[in-house]
Design a protein around this ligand. Structure first.
Ligand SMILES: [Zn+2]
Ligand SMILES: [Zn+2]
Length: 374
């Protein structure tokens, strides 16, 4: 029955329903908008790699010292072969850590040193750390291909070295003649001059690759021109042959000890995602491969941690003034400086004894001759 009371009630019910529907519609739009924003954010992250769950270190002035972005270390490194004639794996293995970071490794069959090389790409230039142990393994072609972006000029490339032993720079010659490639010299003064390390081996230099700052820390000891490279984007600390899963050869004990102390001070204020060295010489059981082995089954992972940097300093501290061979959990210190000095001393002694014997022999002959004449 259409009474005034009923009509009013109907109207109130209609408007109540209407308000409910409007509120529901508003909620639906809000949820949809939130979903779109979230999708846009996640999609952006998928297209443009950025700092996902960043871990930041901020200095006293509030500046971001480092913001670590994630990457992948899911990789099986080439193990080489006992009979390298049958090995058909590539001379250089390329592992993509993230869209702008590559870890390259020479096949143990290409050279038993099987060194690692690191390519760090910024927005305006890139840095390659080390060129490997084999002159004709295709390091230049591999790196320049990785830098190529269709329709764009190739980024300038800096070729630097963790240190100047031949197994880290034999590929340098392949970069000769390319435009926009600068190769840093091998002597300590070349490294000092390029990075502006005026107070070598103290101080830290920085190198901006465009949106990606690297820090360079002198760490002589294994070699006089040794450096560590810290990447503020990924938190990687590249230590060359000064810290790696395997043999750490020391040529200058005092310098190595001081460098290990500077490394520890350096990482105290910086996040470290991975400590990455120049070689991998240890299996998953902690056993060392033979130094010249071309077959390395069951390899340990390459990456080490900041705890290993601390352990390195500790090992030098515990050893006092003398180290010949010191086995730690994931690396071994071998003092080649002492071995070379020892060989030198033995050589000098042998030469001295030979000279003495010859002198005595000659003197005896002369005495005998003089006696015969009388
Ligand atoms: Zn070396
Ligand atoms: Zn090396």
């Amino acid at each position: 029955m259409y009474t005034l009371e009923n009509t009013t009630k109907q109207s109130e019910r209609f408007h109540r329903n209407r308000r409910f529907i409007q509120r529901k519609e508003t909620m639906r739009k809000l949820v949809l908008a939130a979903a779109l924003i979230r999708f846009a954010f996640v999609g952006y992250r998928l297209i443009i790699p950025g700092p996902v769950s960043p871990s930041q270190n901020i200095d006293a002035e509030g500046n971001i010292v480092a913001q670590v972005t994630p990457g992948s270390m899911e990789v099986d490194w080439l193990s080489g072969s006992t009979d390298c004639a049958t090995n058909d794996e590539p001379a250089i293995q390329v592992h993509q850590y993230d869209s702008a970071t590559y870890i390259l490794r020479q096949n143990p069959c290409a050279d038993f040193e099987a060194p690692f090389m690191y390519l760090l790409i910024g927005q305006t230039r890139a840095l390659l750390l080390d060129t490997g142990a084999v002159a004709d393994a295709p390091i230049a072609r591999t790196v320049l291909d990785l830098l190529a972006v269709e329709g764009q000029p190739r980024l300038p490339l800096i070729v630097a070295h963790s240190h100047s032993h031949f197994d880290h720079r034999r590929g340098d010659g392949q970069f000769f003649g390319y435009s926009n490639v600068e190769i840093i010299g091998h002597e300590p003064e070349h490294v000092q001059r390029f990075f502006g390390l005026d107070n070598w081996p103290n101080g830290v230099a920085s190198l901006d690759l465009g949106g990606r700052k690297l820090e360079i820390l002198p760490i002589p000891g294994h070699h006089p021109a040794g450096i560590a490279v810290y990447d503020t984007l990924t938190g990687m600390l590249l230590t060359g042959d000064n810290l790696l899963p395997g043999r750490v050869y020391i040529s200058d004990l005092d310098s190595s000890r001081a460098s290990s102390q500077r490394l520890v001070r350096f990482i105290e204020s910086r996040p470290v995602s991975h400590v990455l060295g120049g070689h991998l010489e240890m299996d998953n059981e902690g056993r060392l491969y033979e130094p010249s082995s071309t077959y390395r089954p069951d390899q340990r992972e390459l990456q080490m941690t900041r705890e290993h940097v601390v352990a390195l300093e500790q090992a030098f501290g515990d050893s006092g003034r003398f180290i010949l061979y010191s086995a730690q959990d994931d690396f071994v210190l071998v003092n080649t400086g002492i071995i070379v000095t020892g060989i030198g001393v033995i050589g000098v002694v042998i030469v001295g004894v030979l000279v003495l014997l010859v002198f005595r022999f000659v003197r005896r002959r002369r005495n005998r001759a003089a006696t015969t004449r009388m």
